[in-house]
Design a protein around this ligand. Structure first.
Ligand code: KDG
Length: 312
């Protein structure tokens, strides 16, 4: 029995050390990135058994990535190498008060060749949570099928499904296709985790209660709208409340949503209350924005507890 299964594309990330614009940057630091990878890293650091399904190129970046994934003790049983395609790359400008410039080199990457056949879990049919994002829906027809296959697998096996829309406009041909596809996945989720702007784009509504009703009426059990530094708004069919965020010095905002997912999912796995899971989500989101990479701020249990104690 796994704790969590997820599928996605890992990328080697080159983050500018000083310049805001990638074209002006001369020095970069090498990191790893990819939303579902970040979530896998965070949950593994909290000692969960996470199966991360992906494909890597048989190139120096794929080898670097594999070593990183192994060093993070993520379950590698569903990672394949594809010698015919490259590992995805991502570049990031430096910016602490707005979203940084992002440039991808990921078209036809090894991970865009992920397909349903990569998702054979044999007799080990069970996991406690499946976590999916809209990024993998956008990479190729194969990754889209893989994501919906896993969503259906969650439904059929009574596995909790968490979905983060993670809208990446650069990856979609059309806005309508993005909205329809991501909403189809969102409607299957038990817990839907959009950011405020994303949820406005996906529903056409501006108010959080209208947005939440839109998804609750489709059968989603819990809708959590992430409000950045203001925390998160939580909606179920019985209750609504907001949980304030933690005020921390921001170095880079990328990865905050993945940090939130890590904290929230770990709360579910630890059987915390919904509210305490959201507090943990806010805490790990805050820890992640204090570092320049996309997963380098994700804590182990000791660091998480220290942070929560320091914030009282
Ligand atoms: O959520 C953080 C991700 O956006 C980042 O690590 C890279 O997966 C990524 C993407 O597609 O932008």
């Amino acid at each position: 029995m796994f704790d969590v299964i997820t599928v996605g594309e890992p990328m080697v990330l080159f983050a500018s050390n000083e310049k805001e614009k990638i074209r002006d940057a001369e020095q970069f630091t090498k990191y790893t990135a990819g939303s579902e990878l970040n979530v896998s890293v965070g949950l593994s650091r909290l000692n969960y058994d996470v199966v991360y399904v992906t494909r890597l190129g048989k190139d120096p970046f794929g080898e670097f990535m594999y070593d990183f994934i192994k060093s993070e003790k993520i379950n590698t049983s569903h990672i394949k190498f594809d010698p015919s395609r490259p590992t995805g790359l991502m570049f990031k400008g430096k910016s602490k008060d707005k979203d940084p410039e992002i440039f991808y080199m990921r078209r036809n990457s090894a991970a865009s060749g992920i397909c349903k056949d990569d998702l054979d879990f044999g007799k080990n049919k069970s996991a406690k949570v499946i976590h999916l994002t809209g990024i993998s829906l956008a990479l190729s027809e194969g990754t889209k099928k893989a994501v919906f296959f896993l969503a259906q697998f969650a439904k059929e096996n009574g596995i909790k499904l968490t979905v983060d829309p993670n809208l990446r406009y650069q990856l979609w041909d059309s806005k309508d296709e993005m909205i329809n596809t991501v909403n189809t996945l969102a409607f299957m989720s038990d817990v839907f985790l959009p950011g405020l702007k994303e949820s406005q784009m996906l529903t056409g509504f501006s108010e959080i209660d209208q947005i939440a009703s839109f998804y609750l009426n489709k059968g989603v059990k819990t809708v959590i709208i992430k409000l950045g530094k203001n925390g998160a708004a939580v909606f179920t069919d019985k209750e609504f409340y907001t949980v304030p965020g933690f005020k921390v010095p921001v170095v880079d905002t990328v990865g905050a949503g993945d940090g939130f997912a890590v904290g929230f999912i770990s709360g579910l796995l630890d059987e915390l209350t919904l509210k305490d899971s959201v507090i943990r989500g806010n805490a790990i989101g805050a820890l992640q924005v204090m570092t320049p990479g996309d997963n380098d701020g994700l804590p182990n249990r000791t660091k998480l507890e220290e942070f929560l104690r320091s914030m009282i």
